[in-house]
Write a protein that binds this ligand. Structure first.
Ligand code: ZN
Length: 359
């Protein structure tokens, strides 16, 4: 072999190696169902927090979440996002800076949104939350087929549609949902978590399903150290549909606290510290204009295609809120696999990784 080909060979190896270098070892993906970009970036909204029909105790809620300045308001509502993720990670979707993120599916509700997150494209045929098993190829299928993820992926969620959305029948991914029986008694699914039901905090004044989901998920993560875990919360959406703005804000605040707790664990755990990425996003937005449109979302609800994403940890740029760029929900799947040093798909319809947030 003469000299030039060996140099070329080394260069080629170097280039292909560079493309495959994992940026992280572990990814935890979390969704706050239907949590609006408006509260995410501007905190509690005056017209809603001061409305007696939507809030039972306005002075108490205002004391908790109100400030005249939008920056102070958002820090009161979701302090982990703004004091930690915004300082050490990347956040997309603050529209006043022209940093845009939106869903591409036309339906703008949950199943199509989660399917777009997991499969990298918006399949218009997926047009119902009751849709049967997901026909799309997803990152769940992709990772489950990879030996380095064997027994190392899991989903825990409040909403019982996730076994269909993930299509656990096809790929065998463990999906834990609705960790409560119909009588409201805590149960632990298939793993033993003795005493875990007594650990659920009651920050909304009652034990919520999302709190069960979180504590179940955390315990699973602590014990099993999955490389890819999904935690799907639901109450922000439920409370908004019910028109309870106080509970909607309290739910968002509670979820933010769980993210703080999870991040504290990640950064204190020898297996996860400094090699784990936390990505938080939502499945759809909600309406914007008009007093009641905040409750709703869907194909005909203006603005409910607008979403956001916040990410922190291994492989994520420490740059705070992006000031420009237009991004899509369909890019999340390939972003996750790129973090793992893997290419999800070459298909044109699959969204490209969000390189703007990757190191
Ligand atoms: Zn939803």
């Amino acid at each position: 072999m003469n000299k030039i080909p060996s140099v070329l060979f080394i260069l080629c190896v170097a280039v292909s190696f560079a493309q495959d270098v994992p940026k992280t070892q572990n990814v935890i993906l979390v969704t706050f169902d239907g949590y609006r970009w408006q509260e995410m970036f501007k905190g509690a909204q005056k017209k809603l927090i001061g409305n007696k029909k939507l809030v039972r105790d306005i002075p108490t809620l205002e004391k908790k979440y109100w400030a005249d300045d939008a920056i102070a308001r958002r820090e009161k509502l979701t302090p982990f996002i703004w004091n930690t993720v915004a300082k050490q990670g990347s956040i997309i979707g603050e529209r006043k800076h022209s940093s845009k993120m939106q869903v591409t599916n036309i339906h703008r509700f949950s199943y199509p949104g989660y399917s777009e997150i997991f499969s990298g494209w918006g399949n218009r045929k997926i047009n119902s939350n009751d849709y049967p098993d997901n026909p799309n190829h997803t990152i769940w299928d992709f990772l489950q087929a990879d030996a380095s993820f064997k027994n190392k992926i899991v989903a825990v969620a409040t909403w019982d549609a996730f076994p269909r959305i993930i299509n656990t029948k096809r790929n065998g991914v463990p999906v834990y949902v609705n960790i409560k029986d119909t009588a409201g008694t805590c149960r632990s699914g298939n793993i033993l978590l003795q005493g875990w039901d007594t650990k659920c905090p009651a920050s909304n004044g009652f034990i919520t399903e999302d709190s069960l989901t979180y504590h179940f998920a955390k315990e699973y993560i602590v014990k099993n150290h999955p490389r890819f875990a999904f935690i799907g919360f639901d109450e922000t959406d439920e409370m908004a549909h019910e028109g309870k703005y106080d509970s909607y804000l309290n739910s968002a605040n509670q979820l933010d606290g769980y993210m703080q707790d999870l991040w504290n664990f990640i950064q204190s755990d020898p297996q996860y510290k400094d090699n784990t990425t936390l990505i938080i996003t939502c499945d759809h937005g909600r309406g914007h204009l008009g007093m009641n449109m905040w409750k709703h979302h869907g194909g005909l609800v203006f603005s409910s295609n607008k979403i956001w994403v916040a990410a922190i940890g291994a492989g994520i740029k420490s740059q705070g809120v992006l000031k420009k760029g237009h991004f899509y929900q369909k890019q999340i799947a390939a972003t996750i696999t790129k973090l793992f040093g893997k290419k999800f798909s070459d298909e044109q319809k699959i969204g490209k990784p969000i390189d703007a947030i990757l190191n």
